[in-house]
Design a protein around this ligand. Structure first.
Ligand code: SAM
Length: 446
């Protein structure tokens, strides 16, 4: 929309822009077209647009044949958008984007997020929508220029801070261009900028304990001018030795450490170890016949290499809301690394029963101990990787304490989201889980 059209439209629909909702409308058509182009949209993408306003960006996203879900808090604008774009590809949601359940997007393919964000909540929106792991594959945000600079900052600059590192740990951020205040009506007091955020390749950086990384970074930047050694004294006993080993000055301040150095520091404080490879190789599993009768024992390599029938447990942990906890398998797993799986799962060891194995796996992987009920048993087949699988379920009040050497990340999801996610992106899941979940849902429905 051009400037004159925006003024006329606002008059027509009797809307005067609400400052407290961050309402400033883009009136440069060429710029709007250029912005949307940066998302490389195709008709296979699904766009979530935060704060569509009068549809300046929505129009160009729809022109690409893309399905768009536009989340707008102002009911006057949602009414206008529904009337303006009678497009079957557009769904307009009258809602507060801060309350949107991002997990629902796992049931969609090729999700991209677009938004000229309302600045009064832009950092909250960023923290909510730019998470790891995420169903979103690209974020294109128009932000206050200062925030865009902070997100994309390099070490030893005044913009580099906790926000930079927390976002860049899992994402690449590109500052695309500065956008003058004069292209908006009403004109904001500050300039804006467009940033494109994409997920990093999981192998790009060394892995570390994400919660500890965030805690150290926040503490390190709590007093920017102070030396890091003093701020982190409770976490790092011998700072001088640590600084020397990790290759930075002992008088370093938070802003001088690169992302890789922050990761190294986190791993120095609490190393994340891959599960003992040699212990894994030495593990012996029971080998069974087609009726799950014991035949003998074999090593992990033999069982998997020779496709021998063996035994496993899967456990589904639910919370009070009826949501099931899914784990993203660690990158160090020899089978199906970084795929999503049951809350906990594992093989039976030689001499172990199914029930005992289920409790052991729960403790080892999620650090919890709750009563488990047996749900069903799946026969060994090519689809289960020749495993007889006993499936259990349990209820957890509180949070699991995932073992970071075994589990990359985890999320509670409603069964409906899990159903939709498997249908939309079956390649995201370990095959054993897909079998277990399908059998579990069929049994629930029966
Ligand atoms: N995208 C439009 C454009 O570029 O012209 C409008 C951008 S304007 C900066 C921000 C928009 O976000 C407004 O339409 C405002 O009503 C909407 N908004 C404000 N708070 C919101 C929230 N919590 N959830 C969803 N939309 C919100």
């Amino acid at each position: 929309m051009r400037l004159s059209q925006i003024s006329a439209t606002l008059r027509d629909i009797r809307v005067s822009p609400v400052r407290s909702l961050g309402q400033t409308f883009l009136h440069d058509q060429n710029l709007a077209r250029w912005i949307v182009k940066q998302a490389d949209l195709t008709d296979e993408d699904y766009v979530i647009e935060i704060g569509p306003g009068l549809g300046a960006l929505t129009e160009f996203a729809l022109a690409k044949g893309t399905r768009v879900l536009a989340i707008e808090k102002d009911a006057r604008l949602t009414k206008f958008l529904r009337e303006k774009f009678r497009d079957r590809q557009l769904e307009v949601l009258h809602a507060d984007a801060l309350r949107f359940d991002v997990r629902a997007l796992f049931a969609q393919q090729r999700v991209k997020l677009l938004g000229n964000l309302p600045y009064y909540i832009s950092s909250q929106l960023l923290m909510k929508f730019v998470t790891y792991p995420s169903p979103i594959s690209l974020w294109l945000f128009m932000l206050q220029k200062e925030m865009a600079q902070r997100l994309s900052a390099a070490p030893s600059t005044s913009d580099y801070g906790a926000l930079t590192l927390l976002v860049q740990l899992h994402h690449r951020v590109k500052y695309l261009r500065t956008i003058r205040a004069s292209v908006f009506l009403p004109r904001p007091e500050v300039d804006s900028a467009l940033v494109r955020i994409t997920p990093r390749d999981p192998e790009e950086l060394p892995v570390c304990d994400q919660e500890l990384f965030a805690a150290l970074v926040r503490r390190g930047f709590s007093q920017r001018r102070k030396q890091l050694g003093k701020l982190l004294r409770p976490d790092v006993a011998d700072w001088e030795k640590t600084a020397q080993a990790l290759g930075f000055d002992r008088k370093a301040r938070a802003e001088t450490l690169s992302l890789r150095q922050w990761i190294a520091l986190t791993n120095h404080v609490r190393p994340l170890e891959p599960p003992e490879r040699r212990a894994n190789d030495a593990e012996r599993f029971p080998v069974v016949d087609k009726n799950d009768r014991l035949l003998g024992e074999a090593s992990r390599a033999e069982v998997h290499g020779d496709n021998l029938r063996h035994r496993a447990v899967h456990i589904l942990i639910f919370n009070d809301a009826g949501e099931v906890y899914l784990q993203k398998r660690s990158r160090w797993k020899d089978r199906h690394p970084l795929l999503w799986d049951s809350s906990a799962a594992g093989h039976l060891c030689a001499g172990e029963g199914y029930d005992d194995a289920a409790q052991r796996e729960l403790q080892e992987e999620l650090g919890i101990n709750v009563p488990l009920g047996k749900v069903l048993k799946l026969p060994a087949s090519a689809r289960t990787g020749q495993e007889f699988i006993c499936l259990y379920r349990g209820l957890l009040r509180g949070d699991p304490k995932p073992n970071r050497s075994e589990i990359e990340a985890g999320v509670f999801c409603s069964p409906a989201i899990v159903d939709g996610w498997i249908a939309a992106r079956p390649e995201d899941f370990a095959p054993g889980f897909v079998e277990c979940w399908g059998a579990y849902r069929r049994k629930k429905r029966a």
